[in-house]
Design a protein around this ligand. Structure first.
Ligand SMILES: [Ca+2]
Ligand SMILES: [Ca+2]
Length: 185
């Protein structure tokens, strides 16, 4: 059963919907097959996600200039390091105007990364800010190959975070306990 999971077309579903339907099947397949004991594949696609954001930072955390700017937290929840130049962010619903980090660093597996959303457009400071009234945040591959993750956050009060729990895959919720650069609570 498991060996054909990637190619199985769900019943009662038209062919044109199969592409979308494959996504959860692929995700299930990455975890291996509990039925037969087949281990997961050793080569895994990079896995990075939006994990937490703050859109009205008043006193939570200052950047290297002493500014209490807004921030976006990313997490690498895969098993391979991800070059920061290979990802981009935007606050538009379409990933056509990506800001790409000016950094040669890698995000190691299990690590968190803070991007300052202050409009400075340098290093790890994006060319856009976050509106407290809520808007889109989109994470995409810098080479244009697709959106990795996205969210539309609600209006947030001062020093409130919008975070997913558990990290990387959990549902999003408003939080009064921000955890920039750390696991979400
Ligand atoms: Ca700043
Ligand atoms: Ca966090």
């Amino acid at each position: 059963m498991c060996d054909s999971i990637l190619f199985r077309r769900p019943r009662n579903r038209p062919a044109k919907a199969v592409g979308a339907a494959l996504v959860p099947l692929v995700a299930a397949a990455i975890g291996g097959c509990a039925e037969t004991g087949v281990p997961p594949p050793t080569i895994e696609a990079p896995r990075i996600a939006l994990n937490e954001i703050m859109a009205a930072n008043n006193a939570t955390l200052a950047d290297e200039d002493g500014d209490f700017d807004d921030w976006i937290e990313l997490v690498n929840f895969g098993s391979s390091a991800i070059p920061l130049r290979e990802i981009g962010l935007t606050d538009r619903s379409e990933a056509d105007l990506l800001w790409i980090p000016n950094s040669d660093s890698l995000l190691a597996p299990g690590d968190y990364l803070l991007i300052w959303a202050d409009g400075d457009d340098s290093g790890l400071h994006s060319d856009f800010k976050l509106k407290p009234s809520g808007e889109w945040v989109v994470l995409a591959w810098a080479d244009g190959s697709g959106v990795i993750d996205s969210l539309r956050y609600p209006a947030l009060g001062e020093d409130q975070a919008y975070a997913r729990t558990p990290d990387a895959t959990g549902p999003w919720a408003v939080s009064d306990q921000p955890t920039p650069g750390e696991p979400n609570q």
